[in-house]
Design a protein around this ligand. Sequence first.
Ligand code: KIV
Length: 276
Amino acid sequence: MRVTIGEIREMKQRGEKIPMLTAYDYAFAKIIDEVGVPLILVGDSLGMVMLGYESTIPVTMDEMIHHVKAVVRGTKHAMVIGDMPFMTYHVSMEDTMRNAARFIQEGGAQAVKLEGGEVVADKVSRLVSCGIPVQGHIGLTPQSVNQLGGYKVVGKTAEVAVRLLNDARALEEAGAFSIVLECIPAPLSQLITERVMVPTIGIGAGKGCNGQVQVVSDILGLFTDFVPKHAKQYARLNQTVTTAVTDYIAEVQAGDFPTTKQSYEMDKDILDQITA
Ligand code: KIV
């Protein structure tokens, strides 16, 4: 049985911190699920860390669905959340519903995430009323990078801080089951977390949030184009992979790989027959 939105809400009520991680493929999703992460986000960050785009803006629904399916196949327990890409929930209500439904029906995800506060509350409300759990996302919303003028901390002025508080309340009222707070000053995240009943999941938003989310490639040291200030590297997989591939090249070039251990034998009589 997979983690439910009710269980996530109860974690906040019990004061239990909620770990969330991104995953983009079968193999990593399987490990993350088996270790016990309750929320797995197939983030549109895959555009940057898996597909090599400069931002998340070019990511398409088809690309997202492809990765969501792989993650769903690799998981048994976690709730899988599909991240709605740029402009797939802005054009119209019909469009929003159709795209969100694809994540659930075609992709096999249990929930969707979309960026924005009050401005998307009507969409959140409609999705929830149709039985689609929605995770909100406010603060630094990477799909608006061109509007924000870069990847920066959001909420340092009184005006923006009040807007974020209102956004969080609007998402809660619309029925979001949790809200991602990205790159928001820690004291403001703490205040938002106290003012809403739904769990907040922070990324670069301090320890006062009810949970934390990170991009898996950042914490494993796999994506090294840049390392965000809020990311801690728990491993250096890029170094591990570099060493392994360098050793492989050296052994192939030296004729040391493969050995008999990695080779297949055949019946000597048959070999004699064909070489006679
Ligand atoms: O796309 C993503 O990975 C995200 C997380 C950083 C929250 O939106």
